[in-house]
Design a protein around this ligand. Structure first.
Ligand SMILES: C[S@@+](CC[C@H](N)C(=O)[O-])C[C@H]1O[C@@H](n2cnc3c(N)ncnc32)[C@H](O)[C@@H]1O
Length: 194
């Protein structure tokens, strides 16, 4: 990314208030976290219960120290190396914003395949428009042990909303509901009902 794009991203982040995301404990069972590197927020919440997948080894390296008991795998989530029904739950914490619609569709199909029937896929992500050029958001995540993680996520903007993700999730077989909708971000719960 160019110096100018980085500057635009910083401006985009600073013109929005810091967002607050409060996380609860994870339900029991093995949890697959898609795009889990960087801050490794879900891995910090669930520890050894979490299998975090990220396509970038550098992002895993950054996160591993923050959640050493989690399980880490460098892999592209469009092709997951597990058999059907391997996970009780799945999560994607501000990861979809880094994927094209084509990649999101493939990742959602794979996530559906590796989830057990009745499993839930929780997605935190942003509302953005391609017209804005770049999109960035500062946020503070409060973990169940009350630890605060402050971070920022930024990308070249694309069109994305709860509805657009909901439609891709539906195509993958999920039944989806909006759990929370804020000005800049939302939380979706997608269920594998059969
Ligand atoms: C901003 S990070 C997400 C933040 C992270 N969940 C956290 O807790 O800080 C987005 C991550 O998604 C990963 N990613 C993007 N496309 C992916 C794919 N197809 N498969 C696996 N990881 C992917 C990126 O490498 C990046 O590390």
């Amino acid at each position: 990314m160019s110096f100018f794009t980085n500057l635009q991203m910083m401006f985009s982040a600073l013109t929005k208030p810091q967002q607050q995301v409060t996380l609860s404990k994870l339900p029991p069972g093995r949890v697959l976290d898609i795009g889990g590197g960087g801050e490794g927020v879900i891995a910090q919440v669930g520890g050894c219960q979490v299998v975090a997948v990220d396509k970038l080894v550098s992002e895993i390296g950054e996160a591993r120290d923050k959640a050493p008991s989690a399980n880490w795998l460098a892999a592209d989530a469009t092709r997951l190396p597990w058999s059907n029904g391997s996970f009780a739950q799945a999560t994607a914490f501000f990861s979809c914003m880094y994927m094209s619609d084509e990649v999101k569709a493939a990742v959602f199909k794979e996530t559906y395949r590796v989830l057990q029937p009745g499993g839930e896929f929780w997605i935190w992500d942003v509302l953005m428009s391609a017209r804005s050029g770049v999109f960035a958001l500062r946020l503070q995540a409060t973990l169940p042990d009350l630890k605060n993680v402050s971070t920022a996520y930024g990308v070249r903007a694309k069109d994305q909303s709860a509805a657009s993700l909901g439609s891709l999730l539906q195509q993958a077989g999920f039944k989806t509901e909006i759990n929370a909708q804020h000005k800049h971000w939302f939380l979706l719960k997608a269920c594998k009902t059969t």
